[in-house]
Ligand binder design. Structure first.
Ligand SMILES: Cc1cc2nc3c(=O)[nH]c(=O)nc-3n(C[C@H](O)[C@H](O)[C@H](O)COP(=O)(O)OP(=O)(O)OC[C@H]3O[C@@H](n4cnc5c(N)ncnc54)[C@H](O)[C@@H]3O)c2cc1C
Length: 498
């Protein structure tokens, strides 16, 4: 069926594309995991994934720069249901292959509609369903799906618009300007002078990967980050005896390491700071100014820690193939960048590893019963649903532990909630503030004292809030949640079923 809204051109006709009992938006790690659990636990329901890109993998589909890899171990970043076999830290292509396997083993491909970008989602209480509008990336066609339950798995950043500050003189620069989120397949760095702007994991991953071929790579950072250099052969695996070398044991061992890092960062940040400094010092060239280039202005783990297996980033520095300039950009010039000290750095290629533009729920415009949803007025329910938004869950994984540890638990909780609805014969569930929550303090999505990554801070004003009590809190750490989420009370009055 085709419908045309009054006054719209024929090209804007919207075609009815069908109904899915459960509709998942995004075919990244979260969406693929959600589809697995939904199909396993609700075999009688139809499950469909809408994905804006040409392929699945999300982050690992979009990011194709040289050396792209995880900074979490894959024993916890991989799904609980599909044991990871391989080194703890994995390349982007290896993670994509793992996701390919999940899709092939579970026959998920036929449940994914690629090049389907969701633009709006409207809930109707009268019909007890969502209507989701889609624009096809290839044809521009507009489609309309309906669903009983909407699962938002679009990640946290805009895959099409990376963050790049507007530096003075940018227009003048005559060299090649690249963002790691859009790495040109045919970019040849051989013999080129490269500047990488940024100090995070992306910069530290990219630099050793291109330093061999480039004439020289300069990391230009405003301020330093923390780095951890684990041995690439999995130390924890080496410590386990042959009979103990199971996926479960490796997973628990890696969780224990993450627990230690996260807890030490909270309880004794100075000790952790010293640990980072002392582990980096011997890997740096003689006389290297560690205070200037490697001493962050924040506590360890207040932003993500860069992982550089076997210290490959430091190796590039020691070999003289890479160097660091810690300064602010005064201006781009025709041939490179002048920094505030007056130093000019020449570059044939400038890579802006300056991070993400955060995107809330894939920039989908939400409405409930015809009223647009302003998420800044809303409060999260356990970091899984949003107050006043019926039959909608989202996945936001951990920032300090592996994302997927949380994604797996969110799927358990949503499954339990759907079972609870079935048992009660309910077709609608809405997180709703209870009388005792009436005067509850509204807190930001993320407390900057706790975690202050630029992409979250830049978007904080556009995000939903948290409350000061459960279930309106989104815990950031696995150690806080691992016993809480599985036991979440679905009958404490904060979820209204009908
Ligand atoms: C280079 C890099 C390395 C990282 N390494 C780690 C790591 O080691 N450990 C860790 O825990 N985290 C890491 N992260 C964070 C990472 O984003 C998450 O781990 C995880 O991949 C998020 O998965 P996701 O499926 O929720 O979202 P994404 O991977 O962002 O995928 C979302 C998908 O949804 C699609 N989508 C978005 N909006 C729409 C829409 N409106 N309509 C249709 N489709 C839409 C996108 O096209 C995309 O395919 C890394 C991030 C980056 C960029």
């Amino acid at each position: 069926m085709t419908t045309t809204a009054p006054g719209t051109a024929p090209s804007q006709e919207v075609q009815e594309a069908g109904h899915a009992d459960i509709l998942i938006i995004g075919a990244g790690v979260s969406g693929i995991g959600a589809a697995h659990y939904m199909r396993e636990r609700f075999p009688g329901r139809s499950v469909l994934i809408l994905e804006a890109k040409d392929g699945h993998g999300g982050t690992w589909w979009t990011h194709r720069y040289p050396g792209v890899r995880s900074d979490s171990d894959l024993f916890t970043y991989g799904y609980r249901f599909k044991p990871w076999q391989g080194p703890a830290i994995a390349s982007g292509p290896a993670i994509l292959s793992y996701l390919d396997e999940v899709i092939a083993e579970e026959g998920l491909d036929e449940h994914i509609r690629y090049r389907h970008k969701v633009t709006s989602a409207g809930w109707s209480t009268a019909d007890r369903r969502w209507t989701v509008e889609v624009t096809r990336a290839d044809t521009g066609e507009r489609l309309r799906y309906t669903t009983d339950f909407l699962w938002m798995c679009p990640g946290y950043y805009n895959h099409d618009k990376p963050h790049r500050p507007q530096w003075p003189g940018l227009d003048r620069y005559r060299g090649v300007l690249v963002h790691p989120q859009r790495w040109p397949e045919d970019l040849d760095v051989t013999g080129k002078r490269v500047i990488v702007i940024g100090s995070g994991a992306t910069a530290a991953t990219l630099i050793p990967a291109i330093a061999q071929d480039a004439a020289h790579v300069t990391m230009l950072q405003r301020s330093p980050s923390y780095f951890l250099a684990p041995p690439s052969e999995d130390q924890l695996a080496a410590e386990l005896g042959p009979g103990e070398l199971t996926f479960e044991n490796l997973r628990e061992a890696h969780i224990a390491v993450q627990d230690t890092l996260v807890k030490t960062a909270r309880e004794d940040p100075s000790a952790l700071h010293e640990f980072f400094m002392e582990s980096m010092r011997p890997q740096l060239p003689e006389g290297f100014d560690i205070d200037k280039h490697f001493t962050p202005r924040y506590r360890p783990w207040q932003q993500r820690i860069g992982v550089v297996p076997e210290g490959d980033f430091f190796t590039a520095l020691r070999a003289g193939k890479a160097s660091i300039v810690t300064d602010t950009i005064d201006t781009f010039t025709e041939t490179g960048i002048r920094v505030s000290s007056g130093e000019e750095i020449a570059a044939d290629i400038v890579v802006t590893a300056t991070g993400f533009t955060m995107s809330l729920f894939g920039d989908v415009a939400f409405a409930v019963d015809g009223e647009p949803v302003d998420f800044t007025d809303r409060v999260t329910w356990r970091g899984v649903m949003i107050s006043g938004v019926p039959n909608m869950a989202y996945v936001f994984g951990y920032l300090r532990y592996s994302w997927t540890l949380r994604a797996d638990m969110v799927c358990d909780l949503v499954s339990a909630m759907l079972e609870r609805m079935d048992a009660a014969g309910a077709t609608m569930v809405v997180p709703t503030l209870r009388p005792q929550d009436a005067g509850m303090e509204r807190l930001p999505f993320c407390d900057p004292e706790n975690f202050s990554a630029g992409y979250i801070m830049r978007a904080q004003d556009t995000l939903f809030k948290q409350g000061d009590r459960e279930p309106w809190i989104h815990f950031l750490e696995y150690f806080q949640e691992r016993d809480v989420l599985p036991k979440a009370d679905l009958d404490d009055g904060s979820l209204v079923y009908s």
